[in-house]
Write a protein that binds this ligand. Structure first.
Ligand code: SF4
Ligand code: SF4
Length: 228
């Protein structure tokens, strides 16, 4: 079993890592990720809090996808440093179907929130999936993070109350209401999600405004592109 040191990823802000035994994953996930059964382990990498954005800014990448480009370089450096003789395949970032939230659930990172972004007790909603790598190295697997869903003990559900579109008012999230509201010229959600920023869990990890704007302006651009 190979033990590895994640400290260089931590320093880059890629401070969430989960190692899965591919053979123990649900068959449909495994089949989509490694159809030929060439690998032994899956490494799920995420970021929690603000460090990644600070590192991306410090790197000064002039690219259309600075977070992805930074992440890819950092993960490749990490494999070169820790597992120089082992084969690996970076399957995300990329276009293939990965099932990030399903992996996040298995890692204990993802609990459903009313506004559809995952939430957990350690980072609130201020974390995200950044990379998925497959490797033939027999890395030691990690245990799922405990802690349960903060929504289960949330008083008053301030996120639901705060959504100006009422998109969280019913049992199921209304993507239609959310999108229709976000597209309005005077929407408060063009470059943020008011529900998300109203969640009181782990406010110390909240992204800075520029990172929130970066993320939500990208999703709004996609809405505008596909919504006609
Ligand atoms: S405000 Fe409460 S219900 Fe909403 S995401 Fe946060 S913990 Fe969950
Ligand atoms: S982006 Fe705005 S409209 Fe959509 S769920 Fe968040 S608060 Fe509601």
């Amino acid at each position: 079993m190979s033990r590895v040191d994640f400290s260089s990823l931590d320093a880059a802000g890629l401070n969430l890592q989960a190692v899965f035994d591919l053979s123990a994953l649900p068959a449909e996930l495994r089949a989509a990720l490694d159809p030929q059964g060439r690998h032994r382990r899956l490494l799920l990498i995420g970021h929690g809090g603000r460090t990644l954005w600070e590192q991306v800014k410090a790197a000064g990448l002039a690219s259309e996808h600075p977070i992805d480009d930074f992440t890819i370089a950092a993960v490749r450096d990490w494999f070169a440093e820790q597992l120089p003789d082992r084969a690996y395949e970076l399957v995300y970032p990329g276009d293939g179907p990965i099932g990030l939230q399903a992996l996040g659930r298995l890692a204990g990172w993802h609990h459903e929130s009313p506004f559809r972004v995952g939430v957990n007790a350690e980072w609130g909603s201020w974390f995200a999936y950044r990379a998925v790598a497959l490797t033939d190295a027999e890395l030691a697997t990690t245990a799922p993070v405990g802690g349960g869903s903060p929504c289960a003990v949330c008083s008053g559900q301030p996120c639901v109350v705060a959504c100006p579109a009422g998109a969280l008012a019913d049992k199921d999230f209304s993507l239609q209401k959310c999108i229709a509201y976000r597209r309005q010229p005077d929407s408060r959600c063009r470059i943020t999600c008011v529900a998300r920023t109203s969640c009181p869990v782990r406010p110390e990890h909240r992204y800075d405004d520029a990172q929130i704007a970066h993320s939500y302006s990208r999703s709004l651009a996609m809405i505008e592109r596909w919504g006609g």
